[in-house]
Design a protein around this ligand. Structure first.
Ligand code: GRF
Length: 203
């Protein structure tokens, strides 16, 4: 099977990216990471990518914190296209996506979110779960559209909230689940077990 070509985008520590790269290296996910990109030049995800000798793209610094300027997002989208990315994986990408990326990768972009969507979209979903006193939360992989954390859900994993949990302990447990869920979804997209919207790979 031809490996699925992935572009990975992140703004932070990159633990999901590292877990994914590890599963690919072990031959458990038929994929190839063709570009690792970040909106922040000093994000740890880029250091991890450098250590793995993967191509990187660091966005130019822009004026806004919550979104990229259209020109900068266009450069990012073009870098992903030039790298030949077939699927864009948002793994802790903290800015709102706009047209340049959404138009280049329609139905070919997924995100991992640390809650059982539609519950707790937005920031610090694990803190929202603690505040809501739910006994179960989890993580979700979903298709990306123009609504933040709002695209069609692909797959979820449940995580218990335990007595005495702090924000840190709950987030750590959710991240363990994320590190399993995201590679599994990519594996099943690559092998066709999960359908793609409008069949963009022509299968
Ligand atoms: C994850 O919890 C993910 O759900 C959220 O951002 C976090 C990224 O973590 N979207 P990491 O950078 O992969 O460690």
């Amino acid at each position: 099977m031809k490996p699925l070509r992935l572009g990975v985008l992140g703004s932070g520590k990159g633990s999901n990216f590292v877990a994914l790269a590890e599963r690919i290296r072990h031959g458990e996910v038929p994929a190839e990471i063709v570009l690792v990109a970040s909106d922040l030049k000093d994000a740890a995800i880029l250091d991890h990518a450098r250590k793995l000798n993967l191509p990187i793209h660091a966005c130019r610094r822009g004026a806004f914190r919550t979104k990229l300027e259209p020109e900068i997002e266009k450069e990012l989208a073009e870098a992903l296209v030039s790298a030949g990315a077939e699927l864009v994986v948002l793994a802790g990408y903290m800015r709102v996506l706009k047209e340049p990326l959404l138009e280049k990768f329609p139905g070919r972009m997924i995100n991992i979110h640390p809650s059982l969507l539609p519950s707790f979209p937005g920031l610090k979903a694990w803190e929202q779960a603690l505040q809501a006193r739910v006994t179960q939360t989890g993580c979700t992989v979903h298709w990306v559209n123009e609504t933040v954390d709002g695209g069609a859900i692909i797959r979820q994993a449940k995580v218990p909230v335990k007595t005495g949990d702090t924000a840190e302990s709950l987030h750590a447990r959710i991240q363990e689940a994320e590190h399993r869920l995201l590679p599994e979804v990519i594996r099943d997209l690559a092998n066709g077990k999960i359908p793609w919207p409008e069949d963009p790979r022509g299968r």
